[in-house]
Design a protein around this ligand. Structure first.
Ligand SMILES: Cc1cc2nc3c(=O)[nH]c(=O)nc-3n(C[C@H](O)[C@H](O)[C@H](O)COP(=O)(O)OP(=O)(O)OC[C@H]3O[C@@H](n4cnc5c(N)ncnc54)[C@H](O)[C@@H]3O)c2cc1C
Length: 303
């Protein structure tokens, strides 16, 4: 318990630090509102999904990256999202700022939205196990990517598209916080010790001191990536929860090896298969631990 309290305190301190070290032009942001669960109309329990299905895209992991990706692809393609965790409606305190620390301290019973693990070098850590992924349990600090990130990837990014993407994400789940006294005090202290320039309120990841956005609104309601599913086309989008992907199915031919589907189990242990058609793809967005883990389980990366 002492360890988890210390971890939670460290997260809070980091939250405070990041809040004042992060700063673009700020356009419109989201309005304070209830968490929007409209997407539930196309969410199913894996127990109720077919034993075999075919889609244009299969997305493994309904988390921070998986939900907006699914919504984007659903404009033109049929998409299946497979999420091992449950719905955030099962744990209402996920949706409150007070619930942030509580959930980080809760015992992990194998179903709870916070999965505990210890890294190879002995550091206690956590990751999300719920629709919305780690954005449903994190500290809610929002910042745009640093430009060096785009430069270092070696990819030719369409920055107009990137900026449009920021806009719809920010219009939906990012808020300008009512900064508290202690936060302003810390910002002033940073400026006094020379962390310059003073960038005011800004969402860009730039040098200096700034106040950044939050995915908690000013009523203390958490907003998260699951709400980005609401931007998808309900006719093309199917989300299965309690769907733990066990393996990627590969097919090889003369032109190489291709991922053509996945095997997943529901909460009764029943096995299902889903396949992609044509030029479709299996996309791994199971997190920085979950994605490589699944590749290893599928025989990729083993020596
Ligand atoms: C305590 C804490 C505080 C943080 N605070 C911040 C912050 O304030 N600001 C910030 O920008 N970042 C923060 N982060 C980091 C940030 O939340 C993560 O980097 C980010 O959410 C990861 O996104 P992702 O899409 O890669 O993975 P996730 O959001 O974790 O999504 C992966 C999803 O895949 C699912 N999954 C995994 N394996 C399988 C499988 N085999 N089958 C089916 N589904 C599977 C998981 O259940 C999960 O829902 C914080 C992280 C933690 C732990």
């Amino acid at each position: 318990m002492l360890k988890s309290t210390m971890s939670a305190t460290l997260v809070l301190v980091l939250h405070l630090f990041v809040l004042h070290l992060q700063y673009s032009e700020v356009h419109s942001l989201a309005n304070t509102s209830a968490h929007d669960f409209s997407y539930l109309e196309f969410v199913y329990d894996a127990n109720d999904t077919e034993l075999e299905g075919t889609y244009d895209y299969i997305i493994v992991g309904g988390g921070t990256a998986g939900c907006p990706l699914a919504a984007t692809l659903s404009a033109n393609y049929s998409v299946l999202v497979l999420e091992r965790g449950t719905l955030p409606t099962e744990y209402p305190n996920l949706l409150t700022s007070e619930g942030f620390i509580y959930n980080l301290q809760q015992e992990d019973d194998g179903q709870t939205p916070v999965e505990r693990f210890v890294s190879g070098d002995g550091i206690d850590n956590v990751r999300g196990r719920v629709l919305g992924g780690t954005s449903m349990i994190n500290a809610g600090v929002y910042v745009r990517a640093n430009t060096s990130f785009f430069n270092q990837t070696g990819i030719e990014w369409d920055m107009d598209l990137v900026n449009k993407t920021y806009d719809w994400v920010e219009d939906t789940i990012v808020f300008k916080p009512d900064f508290q006294f202690w936060q302003n005090l810390t910002g002033t202290a940073f400026l006094e010790i020379g962390i310059l320039p003073d960038n005011g309120f800004n969402l860009d990841h730039i040098e200096g001191t700034r106040l950044t956005g939050s995915t908690f609104d000013n009523n203390g309601t958490r907003h998260a990536s699951d709400e980005l599913l609401n931007k998808g086309d309900p006719n093309n989008l199917r989300v299965a929860v309690h769907a733990a992907v066990e393996k990627i199915i590969f097919s090889s031919n003369s032109s190489g090896v291709t991922a053509i589907g996945v095997i997943y189990t529901d909460s009764n242990g029943t096995t299902h298969q889903a396949f992609v058609r044509g030029e479709g793809e299996v996309i791994l967005s199971a997190g920085p631990i979950g994605s490589p883990q699944l590749l290893l389980l599928s025989g990729v990366g083993l020596t």
